[in-house]
Design a protein around this ligand. Structure first.
Ligand code: Y39
Ligand code: FE
Ligand code: FE
Ligand code: FE
Length: 229
């Protein structure tokens, strides 16, 4: 594995900082939306309210950490870009929440977005500046616990959730591939390769679906949605 300290990455270059203004904004906006999504989930799942409020507070801390990473590099995050980046998943989460479709909300936030975060943070850590690496190492541990919440709830409610999960996967997985394509170039500037992001995402997401109760055959079928987006 190549470490940033041994590499050619110039964290002060205008090219790096320009790409960072978008990737850093995505992470800040993502953490803010994750904070709001867990508050909404706490309303939808009153029996898990305290735990979900705890997760929402972790997301706020993550946001503060990543804001500090941007300040450290003297980068202004492009939050307008980031809001557009998340708009598809954001709208689908809002629509599902309004209809009380808690399974869809959990698939979007606790499976898809958490797996996306885990993949991005795992790939970023070895190529991050020292300050951001320490922050991101702390954050990624939390994200595994958020993914675990979704896995445990969906596993316990698998039989009655299966059809809605398949439907929500079909609607939302293609959006993830579009999101990845739209940041491929900026990620590359930060020494994060799209192929590595896709691979890590698919491993996390496939493992999550397996833990919930889907068969290998189901997972193959579900993973194929939107790969050509
Ligand atoms: O649960 C969470 O904390 C997730 C909101 C954070 C999402 C982070 C999304 C990262 C995507 C970055 C793409 C970089 C190539
Ligand atoms: Fe987070
Ligand atoms: Fe999270
Ligand atoms: Fe390259």
């Amino acid at each position: 594995m190549q470490l940033a300290a041994e590499s050619e990455i110039n964290f002060q270059s205008e090219i790096y900082k320009d790409a960072y203004s978008r990737i850093n904004a995505i992470v800040i906006e993502g953490e803010q939306e994750a904070h709001e999504n867990y508050i909404k989930l706490a309303e939808l799942l009153p029996e898990s309210k305290d735990e979900l409020i705890r997760l929402s507070k972790m997301e706020s801390r993550h946001k503060k950490g990543f804001e500090a990473c941007g300040r450290n590099l003297k980068v202004t995050p492009d939050l307008q870009f980031a809001r557009e980046f998340f708009s598809g998943l954001h709208q689908n989460f809002q629509d599902a929440a309004a209809e009380g479709k808690v399974v869809t909300c959990l698939l979007i936030q606790s499976l898809i977005i958490e797996c996306f975060a885990i993949a991005a943070y795992n790939i970023y850590i070895p190529v991050a500046d020292d300050f951001a690496r320490k922050i991101t190492e702390g954050v990624v541990k939390d994200e595994y616990s958020h993914l675990n919440f979704g896995e445990v709830w969906l596993k316990e409610n698998f039989t009655q959730s299966k059809a809605e999960l398949e439907d929500a996967n079909r609607q939302n997985l293609p959006i993830v591939w579009k999101m990845l394509n739209s940041v491929e170039k900026d990620a590359h500037t930060l020494a994060m390769e799209k192929e590595a992001l896709v691979e890590d995402f698919m491993i996390q997401y496939g493992e999550a679906l397996s833990n919930i109760g889907f068969t290998t055959r189901d997972i193959m079928r579900m993973s194929a949605y939107g790969l050509t987006a």
